[in-house]
Write a protein that binds this ligand. Structure first.
Ligand SMILES: NC(=O)c1ccc[n+]([C@@H]2O[C@H](COP(=O)([O-])OP(=O)(O)OC[C@H]3O[C@@H](n4cnc5c(N)ncnc54)[C@H](O)[C@@H]3O)[C@@H](O)[C@H]2O)c1
Length: 350
């Protein structure tokens, strides 16, 4: 993760000084994205900021892991707190930035915890927005929505712009995630309009990279775990469904730019619009990276929610025009970096 963090910090350049001497509340700090945020703040404290940034990281560990890099654990400016954002947080310190990444992100887990999924996106967002409204000096509130709010888009709407309203079922198996993220966005909009909270919404499109748990059940770690253990990669359905994948360094850089430079009250797609690939094409990349890797198509397992979108590809021009967001890492390159990391992780090897 060190290389990834270094890359993000370099790309942030002088914009990072906006965090100097500030306090950040990070919800979901034990998750995949949360841990990368913590690594970036630790690195900024170690070698970039004029004055360190205090980070209060909260998580209830429903899916997050308690393992943190030593550097994060030993940074006196980073505090880890067990807390559930569905209850009001008893924080009295002045806060300058709030990043709300607490949620249940992986389809297998949101099927298992549908009510918790809704509560983190709705009550959790409301609680954090109330806290934001009590902090008049707050400079930014970043809400993690999702590309899933677009549902299964009309092919004419691809690549998807932020203005596309989405095609989402209220009663389908994915509704707990999609609809609660949509309502979370609505809450942000109301708090921006009525209480002047500087909300910025990001809609990430399939982020991947080092730090994803072997049991995360999202597609890239799942394929990697099977391949590294010499088991055929199971490609769900026909394998013709497409996704674009955004490497973690490009994603975290884009999220932080959105927080620092996005317009309040607005939503931004963050992803990599190139290389929209089918899941079969993704599986075909593995034999080039893992000796002996193979794949086959299988029926969707019962633990996986039906109604998977057929296509997913962002239009990122709004973020590019607003604050110069660009991606740098191709899916092949990112996958090679991810596999190199996973090969060194004992949890990825049975
Ligand atoms: N990673 C992606 O590709 C992606 C794509 C779209 C949206 N998102 C959204 O971004 C956010 C972060 O994603 P991630 O990949 O890090 O997910 P993750 O599942 O790895 O991490 C989320 C963290 O939130 C914690 N959490 C859940 N409910 C909580 C609660 N009530 N109180 C406190 N903590 C709670 C979990 O324990 C976990 O550590 C999520 O909201 C997710 O829906 C991520």
């Amino acid at each position: 993760m060190d290389k990834t963090t270094k890359l993000i910090v370099e790309r942030l350049g002088s914009d990072a000084q906006r965090f100097s001497g500030k306090t950040v509340l990070l919800a979901g700090g034990a998750g995949f994205l949360g841990k990368h945020f913590l690594s970036v703040f630790q690195k900024l404290n170690e070698s970039v900021l004029d004055a360190p940034c205090s980070v209060i990281s909260v998580d209830n560990y429903i899916t997050g892991s308690r393992y943190f890099d030593d550097k994060i654990t030993h940074d006196p400016n980073i505090t880890q707190v067990w807390a559930d954002v569905t209850h009001p947080l008893p924080i009295r310190t002045d806060i300058d930035f709030i990043i709300h990444g607490a949620g249940i992100a992986s389809p297998v887990y949101y099927m298992r915890y549908p009510l918790e999924t809704i509560e983190s996106a709705v009550h959790g967002t409301r609680n954090l927005l109330e806290l934001a409204a009590r902090n008049p000096k707050l400079e930014g509130f970043l809400f993690f929505s999702s590309s899933e709010i677009y549902g299964d888009p009309d092919p004419r709407a691809i690549p998807i712009k932020e203005t596309y309203f989405g095609n989402v079922s209220t009663v389908g198996p994915r509704a707990c995630y999609d609809e609660s993220k949509r309502l979370g966005e609505t809450l942000c909009t109301i708090f921006h309009e009525q209480k002047n909270v500087p909300t910025k919404i990001v809609r990430p499109f399939n982020v991947f990279g080092p730090g994803m748990g072997h049991n995360d059940r999202r597609v890239i770690p799942m394929f990697a775990y099977q391949a590294l253990n010499a088991r055929a990669i199971p490609v769900h359905g026909t394998g013709q469904q497409t996704r674009t994948f955004c490497y973690i360094s490009d994603a975290i850089y884009g999220f932080l730019l959105t927080l620092l430079k996005g317009k309040s009250g607005e939503a931004y797609n963050i992803g990599n619009p190139e290389n929209e690939i089918t899941m079969l094409q993704l599986a075909e990349m593995f034999p080039r990276l893992v000796d002996g890797a193979s794949f086959h198509t299988v029926d969707y397992p019962s633990t996986y929610p039906a109604g998977e979108p057929n296509r997913r590809c962002p239009d990122i021009s709004k973020a590019t025009e607003a604050f110069g967001y660009e991606f740098q890492v191709s899916v092949e390159d990112g996958l090679a970096r991810f596999i190199d990391w996973a090969k060194t992780e004992p949890a990825y090897l049975d």
